[in-house]
Design a protein around this ligand. Sequence first.
Ligand code: ZN
Length: 188
Amino acid sequence: MDLSSLTGHIEDLLTACGEDPEREGLKRTPERYLKSLEFFTSGYQKDPQEIAKRGLFHNPVEDMILVRNVEFYSLCEHHMVPFYGVVHVGYIPNEKIIGLSKIPRIVEVFARRFQVQERMTRQIAEALETALAPKGVGVVVKAHHLCMMMRGVQKQSSFTVSSSMLGCFRDLKTREEFLAHIHSPGPV
Ligand code: ZN
């Protein structure tokens, strides 16, 4: 994806905000902004199943596997400003497990797009369900939304929690085990 043909539009935007796009500090800003935007939306070019496929292993484990605190940065589709936070992922394998480093990469695929938190949460859970056919998968996302913090209600300390529970994670006992692991202290 190449957005570099849009620099004129960003100059117009700066002018409309009351700026002089010719001023020294802003000269290359449209170019830099569009480069950043290409990166922020790079998830559209990526296929989560392609990523997962390269990290699947047969393993008859039947216990819960968890990856906590996967950082993410995304853009809210309503305001095009960031929301960011952490993702916690847990699953109970059926026959396949996934390389742990693939989970953050799958999170990136969905975070690097225009998003709403609820959809991103579900997309991560469904991508893992498709890739692993596990007994169950659970995803919890906690995020700060700059559109709530910098504008609108300006609530700086509020954060939003969303979850998606599939398969056996819908059962109360499994869900409780998952949530207890999320809230337990880390290794250090
Ligand atoms: Zn928003």
